[in-house]
Design a protein around this ligand. Sequence first.
Ligand SMILES: Nc1ncnc2c1ncn2[C@@H]1O[C@H](COP(=O)(O)OP(=O)(O)OP(=O)(O)O)[C@@H](O)[C@H]1O
Length: 267
Amino acid sequence: MNSNANANANALPQSGTIRIENLRKSFAAAHPGHEPHYIIKDINLTIRGGEFFILLGPSGCGKSTLLNIVAGFIGKTEGKVALGEKEIVRPGSERAMVFQQADSSLFPWLTVRENVEFGLRMRKVPKAERRRTSDHYIRLVGLAGHEDKFPKELSGGMKQRVQLARVLSNDPAILLMDEPFGALDAMTRRTMQKELIRIWQETNKTVIFVTHDIQEALLLGQRIGIMSVGPSSQITDLYDNPLPYPRNVTEPKLIELLDTIQSHFDE
Ligand SMILES: Nc1ncnc2c1ncn2[C@@H]1O[C@H](COP(=O)(O)OP(=O)(O)OP(=O)(O)O)[C@@H](O)[C@H]1O
């Protein structure tokens, strides 16, 4: 199942395909006289439109840095990152980030519905259409009946669902998810993982999902890119996971793959 790292996915280009070529990123040295070093180095990767791709790696290896470059939040140092034929140089409405802490992305003075409709309102979408869209996504994430609540009245999992509904209501082609369930308890996390797969299957979006949890990576991803320990982190291996959804942690094939991937980090 281990395909060549840095090899391109062998699908035809579609809208939503992300190409990363010879990507390097360094930050300015924190102290005068210190040389800046590459956080990530020579990353080559193609993520197909509609694919559920996992970036898996140890803490501090540069997963968020890579995701932030794809989001257009930070610039690259060298190389190329493109969506379709268009180079990514800034944020764009076709890409949306879901953060680990929903709290920092929700407006506490707005209700669930108002939070979900925020982007639509900014784009001056007429009220009736805003309502239809927010109804749809609030239902999709399982929050029907909670429309008029404020964030402080919601559990962590519910807040994360609001964040997801808000992102989805703007209909981005690409979801960039930075350990979105990392702050949730194990049971809520499992529920959210299942919900995310259901939503992804319904909406056919490209997902890049960052995690350092191997089991989560195996439950969710069609492909897993393993990042090495930084600095100069690279994608050292790519694994296909063709198991059908919903997946179960007790499936022998999943356990086998888990052992193989775990061995990367035991070395
Ligand atoms: N703005 C910055 N300036 C300097 N160094 C930075 C900056 N942002 C990140 N780094 C460094 O880049 C490295 C990678 O950080 P990054 O957050 O991308 O890792 P990560 O794999 O997402 O980690 P985690 O899993 O712990 O969230 C770290 O050593 C971090 O200190």
